[in-house]
Design a protein around this ligand. Structure first.
Ligand SMILES: Nc1ncnc2c1ncn2[C@@H]1O[C@H](COP(=O)(O)OP(=O)(O)OP(=O)(O)O)[C@@H](O)[C@H]1O
Ligand SMILES: [Mg+2]
Length: 507
């Protein structure tokens, strides 16, 4: 049976039903029922199809039906190539165009050898409602038609497949967001949200990230494995999250790497500013308010809070703490707010892997720091920060990535010199990148590479001078140290003498 015939037959049947509905009133009740019964039998004999409709708005809902939206997405990616007439919707906050089937357009989908017809259509109400919530009162719907014999597979498998696919497409095309918790005073209203956000558009990717290719590969594999390991985490009884600690000197690409991670996995980013979190309770609220498929970032964790200091104090003497807390209470509420954050180390540890951290799933927690040795070991033990990644000064391999990205050169006679200089000097990828960037229209690869060589030589000279200076200072300090030590010994000796004398006196 041709597809065309199928639809025509369908509308012919609908026509007959319509005529029947008008004439029915003139038949005696019983006869009417009889005729209807046989008519339905006849219909199912010559029209062996099943139809399912999906309306855009269900009942009184003001929200578009989820199924309708999913079907729309599914059909627009799977059928927009086949449909002849398309409708373009500009999605408001997305600034992108979504193509979908135009009204009364039909497409055929195939699933496991089964043919499924989809039609988009609308009903226009006879009378326009006086007060309409939507500007147009047309009711749109999708109609699915399939063969009766495929009923089970269509209703049980195919529809689920369509909904899942629609969901997947939504995840892929959604706009990712960058959230932050720092806010101005005026926003402390009643309905304030814990996080405010902007659209996340950072161009950094793992391709543009300059680092040792082996290390990069390892991190990429780690991330990909994580994003696919839902069942594994469930099996081993861990909540589905992973901690990364990125450390290294400023300008080595820690922030860039976080952006690259978000771009790779298509996650949202929550940039947590610890200093504007009031206390541990607020920290927990923030955590609960995050969605899955996200990266929670705490940058420069060593600077955010004096975490190590607080802990030592607690271990120290209890009396002092008690006194402190009484003083705090006396100062009153207002002062507390001005004082900034009262988040403690244990609050933060709980944030990372306490019971509450299990809400939501598929999350990365990333800390960055310039001084890894300053952090409390409890904070960065495996299980909390599962993977420690050191980003360090630019090596030759990193340089090659930068040269390719910034200048489009993959090899050059100056590369050898640069490689040697990079081994002798420490220069961050940020500085190398800056030197490689053309500063005027006349700049080309040669001049940029020469610029870099010059900077590297300068840096080397500077480092040499600094080393000499440092050595000098150290020598002086040692000298002084020796002197004071000698003095100390003398003092001690004289003390001893006094002591002896004292004893003599006693005797
Ligand atoms: N490894 C890298 N690959 C590519 N570009 C880099 C790399 N490291 C630094 N850059 C460049 O330098 C700039 C600064 O890097 P980034 O902000 O990632 O450094 P950071 O390690 O986060 O520094 P900080 O510790 O000060 O926060 C970036 O905009 C990027 O262009
Ligand atoms: Mg940074």
């Amino acid at each position: 049976m041709g597809d065309h015939y199928m639809t025509q037959l369908g509308s012919a049947m609908a026509g007959i039903m319509f005529v029947w509905a008008i004439f029915r009133q003139w038949f005696p009740e019983e006869l009417g029922e009889h005729i209807e019964k046989y008519f339905h039998k006849l219909v199912s004999y010559i029209y062996p199809y099943l139809q399912i409709t999906f309306h855009e708005y269900q009942g009184d809902g003001f929200e578009r039906s989820k199924a309708y939206v999913a079907i729309e997405r599914y059909l627009s990616t799977n059928s927009s190539k086949r449909a002849k007439r398309l409708k373009a919707n500009v999605v408001k906050d997305c600034q992108s165009v979504v193509l979908s089937m135009d009204d009364h357009e039909e497409v055929i989908d195939e699933f496991k050898g089964i043919k499924i017809w989809w039609a988009s259509s609308k009903t226009v109400p006879q009378q326009r409602a006086l007060f309409s919530y939507r500007d147009d009162d047309e009711k749109r719907f999708y109609k699915l038609t399939c063969h009766r014999k495929d009923r089970d597979i269509v209703t049980k498998v195919y529809l689920q497949h369509v909904l899942d696919e629609g969901e997947n497409i939504a995840v892929k095309t959604r706009q990712r967001k960058l959230y932050t918790n720092s806010k101005s005073e005026s926003e402390w209203g009643r309905n304030r949200r814990m996080w405010s956000h902007i659209v996340f558009e950072h161009p950094s990717t793992f391709d543009t990230l300059a680092m040792d290719p082996k290390k990069k590969k390892e991190i990429l594999n780690d991330l990909r494995k994580f994003s696919k390991s839902k069942d594994y985490y469930k099996k081993v009884g861990k909540s589905w999250k992973r901690g990364y600690l990125l450390y290294g000197p400023p300008g080595t690409g820690k922030s860039s790497m976080i952006a690259a991670m978000a771009n790779l996995l298509e996650y949202d980013i929550y940039d947590l500013e610890l200093t504007s979190v009031k206390d541990n309770t607020d920290l927990r609220k923030l955590l609960i308010d995050t969605s899955s498929k996200s990266i929670i970032v705490i940058e420069d964790i060593d600077c955010s809070l004096d975490l190590t200091g607080q802990r030592k104090e607690k271990k120290g003497d209890g009396k002092k703490d008690e006194k402190d807390s009484i003083e705090k209470k006396a100062k009153g509420e207002k002062d507390k707010e001005n004082k900034g954050s009262e988040v403690t180390l244990s609050g933060l540890l709980n944030f990372i892997d306490g019971l509450w951290s299990a809400c939501g799933s598929e999350r990365l927690i990333v800390f960055t720091t310039n001084y890894v040795e300053k952090l409390d070991p409890a904070l960065i033990r495996r299980g909390r920060m599962d993977k420690h990644i050191e980003l360090s000064y630019c090596c030759f391999e990193s340089f090659k990535v930068l040269a390719k990205n910034y200048l489009d050169v993959e090899s050059h006679e100056l590369f050898a010199t640069i490689g040697r200089l990079l081994e002798e000097t420490n220069m961050t990828p940020a500085d190398v990148a800056e030197n490689l960037m053309p500063k005027s229209d006349e700049d080309n690869a040669d001049s940029c590479l020469n610029n870099l060589i010059k900077s590297l030589e300068d840096a080397k000279e500077e480092a040499r001078l600094k080393a000499i200076e440092d050595a000098k200072i150290k020598a002086e300090e040692e000298e002084e140290g020796k002197k004071s030590k000698e003095n100390g010994e003398i003092v001690q000796e004289s003390d001893a003498k006094v002591d002896d004398e004292g004893k003599k006196d006693d005797i």
